[in-house]
Design a protein around this ligand. Sequence first.
Ligand SMILES: *[C@@H]1O[C@H](CO)[C@@H](O)[C@H](O)[C@H]1NC(C)=O
Length: 409
Amino acid sequence: MKMFVVFVILVHVSQHVSAVDMYEGDQFVLMHCQFPTFDVDTLAVVWSRSDLSPSTVHQRQQEGDELKNQNQLYSGRTSMMPDALETGDLSLNLTELQLSDSGTYTCSVRNGFGFQQTVTDVQLQVKERFPSWAKVLLVLLVLLIVAGGLLVHFRHYFMSVYKVEVDSGVESVHLPCKTTVCLPVDAKVQWKNSEDKMIHVYQNGSDQPEEQFYLYKGRTEMKRNLLKTGDLSLTLKYPTDEERGACSCTVYSREGNILMKKVVMLQVKVTQVEVDSGVESVQLPCKTTVHLPEDVTVEWRLSSYTFKVHVYQNGSDQPEEQFYLYKGRTEMKRNLLKTGDLSLTLKYPTDWDKKTYTCTVYSREGNILMKKDVKLQVKERTQDKDETVDIRNRSSSTDPTPLMGYQSV
Ligand SMILES: *[C@@H]1O[C@H](CO)[C@@H](O)[C@H](O)[C@H]1NC(C)=O
């Protein structure tokens, strides 16, 4: 009889080394262990992990569970069938699975002679539900997307683009775009600004002014025979600060495929004028060497606003066109059309006046003859607050105001 039992034990050992894969946070795992307990000498069942100290995971004796030596890691998480020793089902139920539960669990029985024998080994592998390599991959992916997005957004800064820098107020700027590629006669050439607005279109052998964004009307020019020579450069008259940025020159085939694309960065240096707040007046410079006919209109306005700061037309100032905040505060030179000095004197500049001003000259037909931006900086004076003057009480007919601010270009 005893010999037979030993034989059964050996068979069990050789047959039952199982592997179980679980995930972190799973409710429970049942680790199987069967043993024919008709041998009344079976006194105890011990589940253990030899890599832990203490090694006991769960222990069952005739009297019930004996958990004095249980490893703390398993406290309250293990159970066996109440009638395990009678039925021979010695399976261990382990709950709330953790990563640290991975290991080899040994199910062994002890008989009345103090003889302990292994019945089975169970290899439990508890995996992360979301493994760390996947986290790393996800982070890399997110970084890649962000970097890619930035690269696309700021591509003009990374690409070796041609840069053109001019002073605000110059008559025109030349945006170069040349190709050695042989262009088909039905190719279409488009110049666009950084906001995707159409600067100039050339198609079917001629300019297409009706496709232009209105602000560019009458201000652009391309070369003759441009498809033959491959010189697609653009001349833009009176570039302003608002028009700085990446201008693109794109050639399309008749089918709409892009044959070539180049980007030119346009920089327009704005004249800066800086004064202390509280000065009597400041002069915003605007001069031209172009001969101005008698019937031109000179207009000072705030760039990116529609209202006017000062208008000169038909040989005199037009105060009724002024925005009310500038009434009585502006002055232009005498004989300005003869001298070409279109500078504006602004009295009692305040913090509110810290803006960019545009000086534009229109012909009678409404074409722009010149355009210039001037940026006014008004430095806040912390002391001498009581010197602040009330604009309304000051007479506006004082003698030619001295230039109080200094200019920097
Ligand atoms: C294991 O124990 C848990 C918690 O007591 C229980 O919900 C689950 O049914 C048990 N599993 C088995 C197979 O007995």
